[in-house]
Design a protein around this ligand. Structure first.
Ligand code: FRU
Length: 466
């Protein structure tokens, strides 16, 4: 391990250098999965946003091809913001928001900001056609603030649709729905919103699984409650039902994708096998990350593991499970034993995968290191992730969830150098969190369960830019 970059992930995607946020332009083309992301290569604290680009065929070996799009036109000079890919005729149609900020006395909510809907066509995520500006502020409905962004495009019943996130002048978050026959001329169809549900919605995504439509959004401005909305901003989804026949789409319950400290702006795509795959940003905007020790290492933030989505027919909710390809990272079994409630202690090298199955008894307690503890309480059907040491959590305290199924039957955890991703009950709930353990942390486990752990190999990343 490189001493200077002791927290750099072994099997998550981080920026080669600098800053990373949202996953963008996710798609698969001719066998290759493309993973673009919000990227500021020169500054680990963020800066003008570009798109960086990774590609992979198997989710174990990756190629980093560098910066794909930079803010270099009058339409995007203050940031190549988030967007999506639509694959057509062996090409990626990449839509994004060109962010422009005017100099002057502006609040950049009501004035001073342009949100241009942009298109670039690419065969491979390296070569880029000309930047085309498709829509400008004047093309959006008149009741909106300057906050309109993050286009996501899909085909439905022979017509193209685009969703964008927005903030109205009345400070309501909403999704704008546009349609098109040619991917270039877009007509506004309608806005989708839920009363009193935040002032801005970012990064919308509309997709179908098992014949049902779902709308994923990242709302800002939701009040925090004991078991939900615990971060400064959230990400979750609504089940839409018959969205295409109703004039007004009414949104039902909102389910958070992830209950950990660090998760935001996920995007999904359908791969060539028809799987719906989700990646999220392991970070949250405006959360206090200034203390993040990776900044001194010259980088900040990661993407989550790729997660395969499926609909649970009994609950109608979406499960998330790590992509099966990730099992290829297992290089050796570290232990497999039946635990009967006594404490088991091991010194661990990161990364590893821990699986608890056949969970019984009143509790599960896992110290991932001296400073980060997971606690399941069977009486309350709750899970808590608790930072007990500031040097590990940097001012963070605790995140909680109440298990939808009433009990914890199994738990699968991916532990990387500075992150843990916990999948409860075959992915019914997930908690993703960054943490900063000392070297070779001690794992302490107390549970009545079958416990197995595997050492995980590092991703192979070919850096075509260094
Ligand atoms: C979400 C977000 C997007 C925006 C991008 C800019 O994290 O704020 O709405 O396009 O990040 O980096």
């Amino acid at each position: 391990m490189n001493k200077e970059r002791r927290y750099y992930p072994a099997f998550h995607l981080g920026p080669m250098a600098g800053w990373l946020n949202d996953p963008n332009g996710l798609c698969q083309l001719s066998g290759v999965h493309h993973i673009f992301f919000q990227y500021s290569p020169d500054d680990p604290r963020g800066g003008n946003k570009c798109w960086g680009h990774y590609e992979t065929k198997d989710f174990v070996t990756y190629r980093f091809t560098g910066t794909f799009l930079e803010p270099d036109t009058k339409w995007d000079r203050n940031g190549v913001y988030s967007g999506c890919a639509y694959v057509k005729d062996e090409q990626m149609y990449l839509f994004y928001t060109g962010n422009v900020k005017h100099v002057g006395e502006h609040d950049y909510v009501h004035s001073g900001r342009e949100a241009n809907t942009m298109l670039v066509i690419s065969p491979d995520g390296v070569a880029a056609g000309p930047k085309e500006c498709l829509m400008r502020n004047g093309d959006y409905p008149g009741n909106l603030s300057c906050h309109v962004r993050d286009p996501k495009v899909f085909l439905h019943q022979g017509r193209y649709y685009m969703v964008q996130g927005a903030r109205t002048l009345a400070d309501e978050g909403c999704v704008l729905l546009f349609s098109s026959m040619d991917l270039r001329r877009w007509e506004f169809e309608r806005a989708i919103h839920k009363p009193e549900f935040g002032y801005m919605w970012e990064c919308p995504d509309l997709f179908w699984m098992s014949g049902k439509a779902f709308l994923s959004v990242s709302p800002q401005g939701l009040a925090s409650e004991e078991f939900c909305n615990q971060n400064v901003y959230q990400s979750g989804y609504f089940a839409l039902g018959k969205w295409n026949t109703a004039e007004n789409i009414s949104l039902g319950d909102f389910y958070e994708w992830d209950y950990g400290f660090d998760f935001y702006a996920p995007q999904t795509y359908e791969d060539e096998q028809g799987r719906r795959i989700l990646l999220g940003w392991m970070g949250v905007p405006d959360a206090p990350y200034d203390h993040d020790p990776t900044i001194e290492e010259g980088w900040q933030h990661m993407l989550t593991l790729p997660r395969q989505l499926s609909v649970d027919d009994t609950t109608g909710r979406i499960r998330q499970t790590p992509l099966p390809e990730l099992s290829a990272l297992r290089v050796g079994l570290l232990f497999a034993s039946r635990l009967e409630g006594k404490c088991m202690e091991r010194t661990m090298e990161c990364g590893y995968e821990l699986l608890l199955s056949d969970i019984e008894g009143p509790f599960v307690e896992i110290d991932f290191c001296d400073g980060l503890t997971f606690v399941y309480d069977a009486t309350l059907a709750t899970c808590r992730l608790i930072f007990t040491k500031d040097a590990v959590g940097y001012g963070r305290d605790e995140r909680r969830l109440r298990l939808a199924s009433g009990k914890l039957s199994n738990l699968r955890v991916f532990v990387d150098r500075c992150s843990v991703e916990l999948f409860m009950n075959d992915g019914e709930e997930v908690m993703t969190t960054k943490y900063f353990p000392s070297e070779s942390p001690t794992l302490r486990l107390r549970a009545c369960a079958l416990a197995q752990a595997w050492e995980l190999a590092e991703y192979r990343v070919l850096n075509l830019k260094s």
